[in-house]
Design a protein around this ligand. Structure first.
Ligand code: 2HA
Ligand code: ZN
Length: 274
């Protein structure tokens, strides 16, 4: 490997940033992405690491993923620019053994730092990694317009959002049978929103941030991106249907159909919401 960009995880990370930009989910510096690297990817990339940069406290701490390496977008960086200048807009950070501080080992050139939402990403990674036996590796935050618009329309509960989305598109109970969590409006970038999002990630793979955006997780880039895409598409359909019908939907998928659709594809719907 003569460039770190030949590492497939780095390449797929850059592609996903561009995919999100193309969808219109990343105005200006909106949104962020992190990936927890596999040990063999870290070894492939290690010849390109620099270990002379200082440790920085993260503001939250969790030892469960201490010592691990993450690819992350940079704070204030534009998803639009990742593909053309990865080393300035993304980087690889190492977590210290306590899981409370990071240092940049590659990229984030010219003094850049990890995304302001790194604490939220990190706590969610800790929770999801434990819950999935290490399978979950991707956290993705974006600002898709329709799911944000729904936070002005629906009550801010997991049940209201899960039911509305499930009933908007037959794929939904199959793709996210646990439903989606909702976090009320909070100031972004801090420990409070990190902890609230982590709490929701215990139960769901996706969390809506009221009047702000959506967080999704998954074992790989395709599944985290696909979950964002599916939820946003369902939100768009719901809004189109409400707009076209003056808010009075004539019919929808029946409750028993939601469970049956999930079951037909080997998934189990979260029956608490029915
Ligand atoms: O990175 O999206 O939530 C900018 C944001 C903060
Ligand atoms: Zn955001």
């Amino acid at each position: 490997m003569n460039s770190i960009l030949q590492c497939s995880a780095v390449r797929l990370f850059c592609r996903m940033c561009d995919d999100g930009w193309q969808q219109g989910w990343h105005e200006r510096n909106g949104g962020n992405l992190t990936y927890r690297m596999r040990p063999e990817e870290v070894e492939l990339c290690r010849p390109f690491f620099r270990l002379d940069r200082p440790w920085t406290s993260m503001g939250v701490s969790d030892p469960r993923l201490g010592g691990e390496y993450f690819i992350t977008t940079g704070s204030g960086k534009y998803m639009r620019n990742v593909a053309s200048a990865p080393e300035e807009n993304i980087g690889i950070v190492e977590l210290d053994s306590s899981g409370g501080a990071w240092r940049t080992v590659w990229g984030l050139e010219n003094g850049a730092v990890p995304t302001s939402e790194f604490p939220s990403h990190y706590l969610c990674h800790c929770i999801k990694a434990e819950q999935t036996g290490g399978e979950c590796r991707v956290m993705y935050h974006a600002h898709p317009a329709n799911i944000v618009a729904l936070t002005f329309v629906l009550p801010l509960t997991a049940r209201d959002f899960s039911l509305a989305l499930w009933k908007s598109e037959t794929e939904c109970p199959i793709v996210f049978p646990n439903g989606v969590g909702v976090v009320e409006w909070m100031i972004p970038g801090g420990a409070e929103i990190a902890e609230a999002t982590g709490e929701m990630m215990r139960r769901y793979d996706a969390v809506v941030w009221a009047h702000h955006g959506l967080f999704t997780s998954g074992p790989d880039f395709d599944s985290a991106f696909g979950l964002m895409h599916t939820i946003e598409k369902a939100a768009q359909i719901h809004i189109l249907a409400l707009s076209a019908s003056g808010g009075k939907l004539r019919q929808t998928i029946p409750d028993e159909g939601l469970s049956a659709a999930a079951m037909a594809f080997g998934r189990r719907l979260n029956e608490d919401f029915i």
